[in-house]
Write a protein that binds this ligand. Structure first.
Ligand code: PRP
Ligand code: URA
Length: 209
């Protein structure tokens, strides 16, 4: 069974509360989603390996540590995953970015894939799938499935808010995928929205409602 990491750092919780607020406009919402994603990336990459290097300081040779040439790719699930991408790239600027387009059919809540463009070597990379919302889990389960079908084998999932139902779904279908979230909320409502959640992440990011 995979591990669920709840990243409850005070800075993340503070910013998430502002993100949830219905009175927070798109500009601030976008900025905060990016900031929280950047802060979360710090924890999501905590177990990535380091290697020893020698660095000439102005004073002497120092034995230091650097990331061990790890190949990383971020996979935002369109659209809302895009809102988190820039923040993570600020910390990991060499990461490649692949895109998967999945939307939830509003009637059936089933995920429909409409776009996929990935780095050629995804089987060689650590993939971080990003999406602010894990509700029924349908989109994440489908997105991860598409990645596995195309050869991916090292995948972790990063979301801002998850419903217990979404976590269960991902764990059942992809027990090898660890999940990183800033909050686990109470439940889903009858429209598949997370309660209390933050509403529709894509609409709030891009001002489409
Ligand atoms: C939202 C969200 C997730 C999905 C979560 O996307 O960004 O991708 O719903 O719901 P699920 O866990 O029940 O699948 P949406 O389908 O609204 O598309 P959008 O990002 O284009 O707005
Ligand atoms: N997608 C969202 O954007 N919000 C939810 O609460 C559930 C799915």
């Amino acid at each position: 069974m995979s591990t669920v990491h709840v990243i409850d750092h005070p800075l993340i919780q503070h910013k998430l509360s502002i993100i949830r607020d219905r009175n927070t406009g798109s500009k601030e919402f976008r900025e905060l989603v990016e900031e929280v994603a950047m802060l979360m990336a710090y924890e999501v990459t905590r177990d990535f390996p380091l290697e020893e290097v020698e660095v000439e300081t102005p004073v002497a040779t120092a034995r230091c540590k650097m990331m061990a040439g790890k190949k990383i790719a971020l996979i935002p699930i369109l659209r809302a995953g895009l809102g988190m991408t820039g923040g993570i790239l600020k910390l990991i600027p060499t990461a490649k970015v692949g895109h998967i387009g999945v939307y939830r059919d509003p009637e059936t809540l089933q995920p429909i894939e409409y776009y996929c463009k990935l780095p050629a070597d995804i089987n060689d990379r650590d993939l971080i799938v990003i999406d602010p919302m894990l509700a029924t889990g349908g989109s994440a389960v489908a997105g991860i499935q598409f990645l596995k079908q195309r050869g991916a084998n090292q995948i972790r999932l990063m979301c801002l808010i998850a419903a217990p139902e979404g976590i269960e779904h991902v764990q059942a279908k992809h027990p090898d995928v660890d999940i990183y979230v800033a909050a686990v909320d109470n439940r889903l409502n009858s429209h598949g929205y997370i309660v209390p959640g933050l509403g529709d992440a894509g609409d709030r990011l891009f001002g489409t409602k």
